[in-house]
Design a protein around this ligand. Structure first.
Ligand code: ADP
Ligand code: MG
Length: 395
C-alpha cells in the first residue's frame, strides 16, 4: 500500500503515463486536511467534526466506524459538498474541491434511506445523475444498462421504486451512484435499513462490487463493526467528532491502539493489570494476583511505554476466555451474574475475584446452562491478551 500518512508533501501533482499507457495518479483519491464542521452557532453550536485528517488511495476502501453521533456522516457530507467545513479543506485526486458545488464533484453517493425518486421508474432514477452531469443523450441508455447490470437489476428498469423490496431499492441507489462512473463512491450506512439476512447477502455483493471497481476509492460509513471488517482495507474509528484510530482492520483488531477501539471493535474485555518485566513484545503482567504472559505491542516512539509497575489494560475478547471448574489449574475464581444463550454460544457475565468494578464477558460454546451465582473458574488464553494503554495515559 502507498504511503498514506497525513504529513506527506504534495510535490508531484502531475499525471504520469506508465508503460502500459494507463494514467497513474500520484495524488490520493481523497484527502481530508484538518477538516472541522460545526452546526449552529453561539450557545447552540455542535462541533460535529474536529480537525479530521485522512487520505484514501485510489482503489482503497476505508470504513468510518463509530457510534451514532460521532461525526461519520458529517465527514462524508463535507467531502460530498453537503456540509461546509468551518476550516480545513477536502481534495479529490489532488484538486481542492472545498468550494465546489456537490454536483460538480463527480462523487457517487449512496445513503441509508435509498433516496430514490418515487415517481420515476428505476431506469429514470439511474439516468438522473447522468443528465445532471450532461452525459450525451446517445450514451445514457447504455450507461443505465451497464449500471443496472452491475447490481443485478437489469430486469427491473421499468418498475417504480415502490414495486421493489428494500434490498432491490438499495441496489438501484447503488446503480444510480455508479452510473456517473465516479472515482470516489461514498456509502452512508447503506445496509442499515435492511433485515439481517438481506444485510449479509448485500455485504457479499458489495465485496464483489469492490472487486469490479478496482480503481474506485470508497468511503463506507457504518456503526456496525462486521460491515467494516468485511469491506474495508482500513478502518477509521471515530468518537465525539474526532478520529480515534486508523489502521488496517487486522491491526486494529489484533493490537488495538486505544481502549475505545478495543471495546468498540469486537467488544473486548479490558482488564486492569500491572506490567512487570517486558522483553520485546512479551510482557509479564499481574491480574488479580495471578502472573500471566501478555503481548506488549511495540511502542511507537514517544507514545506508549510499558514501564515496569505501570498500570495497563489487558484486552481479551470474550470468545478467547474459557470457563470451567474453580479447581482448574490457573483458573481465576468468578461468579456468574448473567447468562444469555445466543444460539451457537452463550454470553456469560462474570464477577472475578480480585477484579472489583469490572464484569468480564465470556462466550462459551453452545447453550451452556449456568445457574446465576454459580462459582466457576475463568481461564485466560496464553498469552492472556494484548496490552492496551489505560485511557488518559500518555497518548
Ligand atoms: P454519525 O453519522 O456518526 O451518527 P453525524 O455526523 O450525523 O454523526 O452527527 C455528528 C453530530 O452533529 C451529532 O451530534 C449530531 O447531532 C450533529 N448534527 C448532525 N447534523 C446536524 C445538523 N444538520 N444540525 C445540527 N446538528 C447536527
Ligand atoms: Mg450518520
Amino acid at each position: 500500500m502507498s504511503d498514506l500518512g497525513t504529513t506527506g508533501a504534495t510535490v508531484n501533482t502531475a499525471k504520469s503515463t506508465n508503460v502500459t499507457g494507463a494514467v497513474a495518479y500520484s495524488e490520493p483519491a481523497i484527502v481530508f486536511d484538518r477538516v472541522s464542521v460545526a452546526y449552529g452557532r453561539g450557545k447552540n453550536v455542535t462541533n460535529a467534526l474536529v480537525d479530521f485528517n485522512l487520505r484514501v488511495a485510489q482503489g482503497e476502501t476505508v470504513a468510518l466506524l463509530g457510534p451514532s453521533g460521532s461525526g461519520k456522516s458529517t465527514a462524508l457530507k463535507a467531502l460530498a459538498g453537503f456540509a461546509r467545513p468551518t476550516s480545513g479543506s477536502v481534495k479529490l485526486g489532488g484538486r481542492d474541491v472545498t468550494d465546489l458545488p456537490p454536483a460538480k464533484r463527480g462523487i457517487g453517493v449512496v445513503v441509508q434511506s435509498y433516496a430514490l425518486f418515487p415517481h420515476m421508474r428505476v431506469s429514470e432514477n439511474v439516468a438522473f445523475g447522468l443528465k445532471a452531469n450532461k452525459v450525451p443523450r446517445s450514451q445514457i441508455a447504455g450507461r443505465v444498462a451497464d449500471a443496472l447490470a452491475m447490481v443485478g437489476m437489469s430486469a427491473y428498469g421499468k418498475r417504480l421504486p415502490r414495486e421493489l423490496s428494500g434490498g432491490q431499492q438499495q441496489r438501484v441507489a447503488i446503480a444510480r451512484a455508479l452510473a456517473i462512473r465516479p472515482k470516489v463512491l461514498l456509502l452512508d450506512e447503506p445496509l442499515a435499513a435492511l433485515d439481517a439476512a438481506l444485510r449479509q447477502s448485500m455485504l457479499a455483493e458489495l465485496q464483489l462490487l469492490r472487486k469490479a471497481l478496482p480503481d474506485t476509492a470508497m468511503l463506507y460509513v457504518t456503526h456496525d463493526q462486521s460491515e467494516a471488517l468485511a469491506l474495508a482495507d482500513r478502518i477509521v474509528v471515530m468518537r465525539d467528532a474526532r478520529l480515534v484510530d486508523v489502521d488496517t482492520a487486522a491491526n486494529l483488531w489484533q493490537r488495538p491502539p486505544t481502549s475505545f477501539t478495543a471495546a468498540f471493535l469486537g467488544g473486548a474485555n479490558l482488564i486492569p493489570c500491572t506490567v512487570g518485566r517486558v522483553i520485546g513484545t512479551s510482557a509479564l503482567i499481574t491480574v488479580a494476583d495471578s502472573t500471566l504472559n501478555a503481548e506488549a505491542p511495540q511502542p511507537e516512539v514517544g507514545k506508549i511505554d510499558w514501564a515496569p509497575a505501570s498500570p495497563a489494560l489487558l484486552c481479551v475478547r470474550p470468545h478467547a476466555i474459557t470457563v470451567g471448574s474453580v479447581s482448574d489449574k490457573g483458573a481465576l475464581r468468578a461468579t456468574v451474574t448473567a447468562s444469555v444463550w445466543r444460539g451457537s454460544s452463550t454470553r456469560l457475565t462474570l464477577a472475578v475475584d480480585g477484579l472489583p468494578d469490572l464484569l468480564v464477558q465470556a462466550d462459551v460454546p453452545g447453550n451452556a446452562q449456568y445457574e446465576l451465582d454459580a462459582v466457576v473458574g475463568v481461564k485466560l488464553p496464553e498469552p492472556a491478551g494484548v496490552l492496551v494503554q489505560t485511557p488518559g495515559g500518555t497518548q
